[in-house]
Ligand binder design. Structure first.
Ligand SMILES: [Zn+2]
Length: 404
């Protein structure tokens, strides 16, 4: 088990303990809390926790089994044991352990909810999606504000592309949370709203799609995915000025994602009778950020298409100094060099600039789990978090300030 797995096991354990505290209160009213304390005071329990912290899962299981036996098989320890089996990848055994707890008589509501929660995680881990959905839904029936169940349910819906259900679940999470977390909830709701709009778009319902994208922007005025799609729908509806306005809002609100709108704007401006606006936009972005290699590349390609290969190449070389690893850049340079008939001085300059480059098509990385992708993704396929991808610079860009 890697460090990530250990973390999950510890979190699962702590979740169990946190709910265990709540039971303790119940038990206090009942006068039965001594039993629970006996489990906690067992040397096997402490040893088990120590092994767990040291990442020795098998030894931890061995001690916790002994602790459970010596304390009359408390539910809590069996929950943890089941969670450990799951973390070890023994999903069948985890399900068995947790399911047997459901057979116990006189389960309290909260105990029942927690067993179902663990069972839901087992099913999810084993890929039994329907059963996992059922278990988490049942947890929420018993304990409507269970955030752990809501979070897992949302992820399951997202995996199934059930965006409306995921949206509703995220709304429930937001409703029970503090005001400081609301911007994060709104940002995620905006991505989900955008996905709902994309489904409408696929079904040919452009008006509904446009409404959804606008709603996403209302939730989070910085959501680049929504602007991109809103522009596409408006263009489809024949509203070229509206399309340009949406894409320009993307450039203004997320300059680091501006390049996503470049090909669209480069096409749209001449159609709208304003061919000079694309190079102007690129120059403005380059002026605003010395490290803007994508605007240099876009302007370079634009100039090359207009027959200004030398000017184009100068911009591409500047971009190469900033990001020597992007294959898209090298490809543009090869094309431009060949347009020019491969002049030896420029070829030599290119070879010098790219000597230390490693080629990646367009490397991106998830800042949460370090998952690598060859393109920008809105949701990480590994950790399933929204909007966590950033451009990966394999080596720091040279300190040279190319704008001066
Ligand atoms: Zn990730």
């Amino acid at each position: 088990m890697g460090p990530y797995g250990t973390l999950v096991a510890l979190v699962a354990l702590l979740a169990g303990l946190a709910i265990g505290k709540a039971w303790e209160r119940y038990k206090l009213q009942d006068g039965r809390w001594i039993d629970r304390r006996r489990a906690r005071e067992s040397p096997h329990y402490m040893l088990g926790l120590n092994f767990l912290v040291a990442n020795q899962i098998d030894s931890a299981i061995e001690e916790l089994v002994k602790a459970a036996e010596s304390a009359g098989d408390p539910l809590e320890i069996h929950l943890i044991l089941g969670n450990l089996y799951r973390e070890k990848g023994q999903v069948g055994r985890a399900i068995q352990e947790h399911q047997s707890l459901l057979q116990r008589p006189n389960l309290r509501k909260l105990e029942h909810a927690n067993v179902l929660l663990c069972l839901g995680l087992d099913y999810k881990h084993g890929g039994f999606v329907d059963r996992a959905l059922e278990a988490f839904t049942e947890v929420l029936r018993l304990d409507p504000e269970n955030r752990y169940a809501l979070t897992n349910l949302e992820k399951l819906y997202e995996e199934q592309h059930q965006w409306t259900e995921a949206y509703r679940t995220r709304q429930q999470l937001a409703a029970g949370d503090t005001s400081t977390n609301q911007p994060r909830h709104h940002a995620i709701l905006a991505f989900l709203e955008t996905e709902i709009g994309l489904v409408a778009l696929k079904q040919g319902n452009h008006a509904e799609a446009a409404r959804r994208f606008a709603a996403a922007i209302e939730l989070d005025p910085k959501n680049p995915h929504a602007y991109l799609n809103l522009g596409d729908v408006r263009l489809h509806q024949g509203d070229i000025a509206g399309a340009i306005a949406a894409w320009e809002r993307l450039v203004d609100t997320s300059p680091d994602r501006a390049y996503l709108a470049f090909p669209r704007l480069e096409d749209a401006y001449p159609t709208a009778g304003q061919p000079a606006r694309f190079p102007d936009l690129c120059r403005r972005l380059i002026g605003a950020n010395a490290q803007e290699w994508r605007a240099r590349l876009a302007l370079g390609k634009h100039l090359r298409a207009g027959g200004h290969a030398r000017e184009a190449l100068a911009l591409m070389f500047e971009a190469l100094v900033i990001n020597p690893h992007a294959l898209v850049l090298h490809q543009a340079i090869w094309h431009t060099l060949s347009d020019l008939g491969l002049p030896p001085d420029l070829v030599t300059r290119y070879v010098d600039l790219s000597r230390d480059a490693i080629f990646y098509l367009d490397p991106h990385i998830c800042v949460r789990c370090r998952y690598r992708s060859t393109e920008l993704l809105w949701q990480c396929p590994h950790c399933h978090e929204w909007n966590t991808f950033v451009e990966e610079r394999i080596a720091p860009a040279k300190e040279t300030d190319v704008a001066t």
